[in-house]
Design a protein around this ligand. Structure first.
Ligand code: CTP
Length: 129
């Protein structure tokens, strides 16, 4: 089974690793869509690390098989078809938001890991100057 998930994955942290490992364990091939810097800008979000750096970190993980850039909200349907994904995964902060994709593949929302987030990591980095 081929699994696909999306995110910014800024300041790669424990919560990301656990999400990706659980997603990979639901199948045998994991595709990760990483938000491009331009896509984040459009959302009014600014990552600490740029796209290439975030990609490089995720590439070093054994549980990640393929990385693709995410440029828009709408591309998910095309990606699922193009990459023959059987399962779509997101953390449960997105619960219900992608249910419309269930005509293409299984849609699952996994529980978020408590007490860790990129927002917190960025705050710690900013506090250090
Ligand atoms: N995630 C998770 N547990 C956390 C943080 C994130 O399971 N503690 C999951 C999200 O639910 C999502 C994926 O990891 O499916 C990528 O999340 P992302 O938005 O990049 O990370 P956050 O830490 O949530 O970032 P931010 O604080 O900027 O919202």
């Amino acid at each position: 089974m081929r699994v696909i998930t999306y995110g910014t994955f800024d300041t790669l942290h424990y919560g990301h690793i656990l999400l990706l490992e659980r997603a990979r364990a639901m199948g045998d091939y994991l595709i990760v869509g990483i938000s491009s810097d331009e896509f984040n800008e459009g959302k009014g979000k600014r990552a600490h690390f740029d796209y290439e750096t975030r990609k490089r970190l995720l590439q070093s993980l054994r549980c990640v098989d393929l990385i693709i850039p995410e440029h828009s909200w709408e591309q998910k349907r095309e990606d699922i078809v193009a990459h023959k994904a059987d399962i779509f995964i997101m953390g449960d902060d997105w619960k219900g938001k992608f249910d419309d994709l269930s005509d293409l593949c299984e849609v699952h929302y996994l529980p978020r890991t408590p007490n860790v987030s990129s927002t917190l990591m960025r705050q710690h980095l900013a506090a250090q100057g």
